[in-house]
Design a protein around this ligand. Structure first.
Ligand SMILES: Cc1cc2nc3c(=O)[nH]c(=O)nc-3n(C[C@H](O)[C@H](O)[C@H](O)COP(=O)(O)OP(=O)(O)OC[C@H]3O[C@@H](n4cnc5c(N)ncnc54)[C@H](O)[C@@H]3O)c2cc1C
Ligand code: SF4
Ligand code: SF4
Length: 743
């Protein structure tokens, strides 16, 4: 069951294409092997060219090894590869380019007359390759001419088949021979090979996987299979020429077709030139016939346009490390974590101490040995064991803590007269600060994006002021120097409970103890105002931005967990999992009511107390503290916020209600410029298929998504499609005109 549940997510077709793991210089895990262009995440020609140029400068700055046949070999003669090769050759390097098809093959394969735009317009193209806005035929011809004039060695129709490292040089194999060079630039794009249906007859000559010239199919009966933009565009283009066009799709709605293409489809359907058939699956192709599950249809030509398979197998064969790959030994790591967990749960209390401690130490050793030294991602499972021991061991009743959190161990950990919990907060804040500055640089400074800079300033500011300085220092000083007034300062119920000041910003039910455990009435009053006045007001204007601008739990995910944000589960199954936080919210409400009412209604006392023990263990320890952090490198940073946080669910309901009442100020709008590059979807840490909304120009709200308003999708979109402001108020004026036919 668990395996099925996980595979429904990880095998989801909505998970983005995995990319090779690269360093800042675009070098892969194999020294001297660089990856550029679409495969490295540059979604348009100008950005792909920029990466090619960067790598060319880097390679040219290193002394070439004279022993090799070539100084560098570039694989792929697209925008990125050609720019890299021309730039290196201009710097005096001997460069060979290997190309599977022809020069500029990806652009060349776009439909005839397709207009190519040179975006983003606020960046100039870098490097020797020419980029001008014109038809794809003109652009490819321009590139070919440039290659001829530069006398660049490009071997067309000679795909790379094998790559191996031999000492300080690479052996690059093709069907025609083996070439060697100390540096290889992989610029093979991300399209790999066209996907197939896997039915018989797919190799017949009348079955195609791309459409270049619709006019060739004049007066023919054509079937197009697919549900995305390319199928829709092809069907519309063919409808202008063919005798009949049938667009066959196995689903029940075209979710990834742009609004513009949808309108063109509808027009062609209304004009009787095109039939759109949902829930139809092809069984077989035969000469002149296409057999569906429901019966056979005459067909002179068929187009199977169901996307392409990323070149994953090829990348694996080369030895490239891909970002989503789980390498390592799960069983051993899980067994070690299991020793800790089983010891803690079976023995409990101090009886668990020695077996659990042994397990925790083994976990630490395993983490260092396999995780740090051998990049074993499963070693993080061992981290779960370590974390569980630490949190569980320290959280026992006073005097019953596990070693080293009591006795002389406690003394040893209490530097400068401060208990371990203080140092835990210091560690948490320090980690957030270090990784927060990195994330701020990545999304803010490097992209000159003020929204992201302010977001990280806000997250770090709240962490420092409200989740560190106030509870650990300012509260004590406020009591000591009577800044809160003499009465409060001398009230031990107030003065002796500095931890309650976390409730200044953490709202119930995330801060679970707001209303019970004998709080001073000032905290009850503030808790009511915060949870039921301020939080709804925030939700009205900002949706769930509390999660990505304020909260410390979300803050750790946004900073320490940021590098894994693209791993957030995507697809329908992962969205269904979000219902789990309803269960946690209902439990939090029921237990709070039970505890608050137990004096008045004696019958609820015992069950409420028992439930509280469980809630503390399951929600307050495991779901908020241990599991999400251990799962960062597997499922991205937002596991707690997305799946379990009861406050996030509460805010979602408030915000959704405001949206339905049409008073909400929170939404993400899209203009018509989306080119389906998937950058937004890939980087959404709560797994929203942002591209689907963008293509259909559908507004994202808290009714149709669990958006937390981090704005990363807006930031990464190379076409400035997305905006928090409605189109009429947006200052993000569209910069790219949609890729469209020149005709
Ligand atoms: C429908 C559509 C329209 C687009 N319109 C625009 C636009 O108007 N403006 C814009 O800026 N961007 C546009 N793009 C995006 C643009 O095409 C890509 O950003 C760009 O092509 C990326 O360049 P690249 O060099 O990284 O990869 P590619 O251009 O894909 O080049 C990769 C090359 O590697 C070759 N190759 C693959 N495997 C091997 C192998 N094993 N051995 C040797 N060679 C190999 C391929 O044949 C190919 O020639 C569009 C994309 C699509 C799908
Ligand atoms: S949709 Fe955009 S703003 Fe909303 S959570 Fe995803 S990336 Fe952040
Ligand atoms: S909206 Fe998303 S898919 Fe569309 S262009 Fe922007 S980042 Fe790419």
């Amino acid at each position: 069951l668990i395996r099925r549940a996980f595979s429904s997510i990880f095998r989801s077709p909505d998970m983005p294409v995995p990319r090779p793991v690269l360093n800042d210089r675009l070098e892969s895990n194999i020294q001297g092997l660089y990856v550029v262009g679409d495969l490295a995440g540059a979604p348009v020609i100008k950005l792909a060219m920029a990466q090619g140029y960067r790598v060319a400068v880097e390679i040219a700055s290193k002394a070439p090894a004279a022993s090799a046949e070539w100084d560098a070999i570039v694989v792929g003669a697209g925008a990125a590869g050609l720019n890299a090769a021309l730039a290196m050759q201009a710097r005096g390097l001997r460069v060979l380019v290997l190309e599977k098809g022809c020069i500029g093959a990806t652009v060349d394969q776009l439909p005839a007359g397709k207009w190519i735009y040179a975006e983003p317009t606020d960046e100039a193209p870098v490097g020797p390759l020419v980029l001008e806005e014109q038809t794809k035929e003109q652009l490819v011809e321009l590139w070919r001419d440039q290659v001829r004039r530069a006398a660049l060695a490009v071997r067309e129709h000679e795909p790379l088949t094998r790559l191996s490292r031999d000492g300080s040089k690479f052996d690059v194999e093709t069907a025609q021979g083996v070439y060697s060079a100390p540096y290889v630039v992989l610029a093979i794009g991300k399209y790999g090979t066209p996907r197939k249906l896997g039915v018989s007859g797919e190799d017949l000559p009348h079955v195609h996987t791309r459409l270049t010239d619709p006019a060739r199919f004049a007066r023919q009966r054509v079937i197009v299979v697919g549900g995305g933009n390319s199928a829709a565009e092809a069907a519309v283009a063919l409808a202008g020429h063919a005798a009949s066009v049938l667009l066959s799709y196995r689903g029940d709605t075209l979710t990834r077709v742009s609004k513009t293409n949808r309108a063109k489809l509808d027009e062609a359907i209304a004009g009787g030139r095109l039939e759109l058939r949902y829930h139809s699956s092809v069984r077989e192709f035969r000469p002149g016939v296409c057999v569906f599950e429901t019966g056979a249809e005459p067909c002179d030509a068929a187009f199977v346009l169901i996307g392409s398979k990323p070149p994953r197998a090829f990348l694996n064969s080369v030895g490239l490390r891909l970002e989503n790959e789980w390498t390592g030994q799960p069983r051993f790591a899980a067994a070690l974590a299991g020793v800790v967990l089983v010891s803690l749960s079976i023995f409990g209390g101090t009886a668990a101490q020695w077996p659990a401690l042994a397990g925790a130490l083994l976990c630490a050793a395993y983490l260092l040995w396999r995780g740090a030294a051998r990049h074993d991602r499963y070693a993080l499972l061992a981290f779960t064991g370590l974390l569980a021991y630490t949190v569980y061991g320290a959280k026992q009743a006073p005097g019953h803590e596990l070693w080293p959190f009591r006795g002389w161990g406690f003394e040893a950990l209490s530097f400068f007269g401060r208990p371990w919990s203080f140092w835990y907060t210091v560690l948490y804040t320090a980690a957030m600060t270090v990784f927060g500055i990195q994330a701020m640089k990545r999304w803010g400074w490097d992209r000159k994006d003020r929204f992201q800079i302010w977001r990280y300033v806000s997250l770090l500011g709240f962490q420092w002021v409200f989740f560190f300085l106030i509870p650990e220092f300012l509260f004590h000083w406020a009591v000591q120097y009577q800044w809160v007034g003499q009465e409060l300062a001398s009230d031990s119920n107030f003065a002796g409970n500095a931890w309650r000041s976390y409730g200044l910003v953490y709202a119930w039910p995330l801060f679970f103890y707001t209303f019970f455990g004998s709080p001073h009435q000032i905290w009850i009053l503030w808790g009511v105002v915060l949870s039921f006045v301020i939080i709804p007001a925030l939700a009205l204007v900002h949706g769930k931005r509390y999660c990505s601008w304020i909260c410390g739990c979300g803050g750790l995910a946004e900073t320490v967990g940021d590098r894994w944000r693209h791993l957030a589960p995507k697809g329908a199954a992962s969205i269904r999992w979000e219902r789990m936080n309803i269960v946690v919210l209902v439990a939090a409400v029921a237990i709070t009511l039970g505890i608050v009412l137990r004096d008045a209604i004696a019958a609820v006392g015992a069950p409420a107390d028992a439930a509280l023990v469980w809630y503390r263990l399951v929600a307050d320890l495991w779901l908020v503290g241990i599991l999400p952090v251990a799962l960062y490198p597997f499922l991205g940073g937002k596991i707690w916020c997305r799946y379990w946080c009861p406050l996030a669910k509460m805010m979602e309901w408030f915000s959704a209600a405001f949206t339905r009442l049409k008073v909400s100020r929170f939404a993400i709008h899209a203009n018509e410029k989306c080119i389906a590059c998937e950058e937004c979807t890939r980087n959404c840490q709560v797994g929203i298929d942002v591209m689907r909304f963008a293509l259909r120009q559908e507004t994202i709200t808290t009714v149709n998504s669990s958006c937390i308003g981090c704005g990363i999708c807006v930031t990464v979109c190379p076409m400035k499609v997305l905006s928090f402001a409605p189109p009429e108020e947006s200052d993000r004026k569209p910069q790219l005109v949609q890729i469209k036919s020149a005709a």
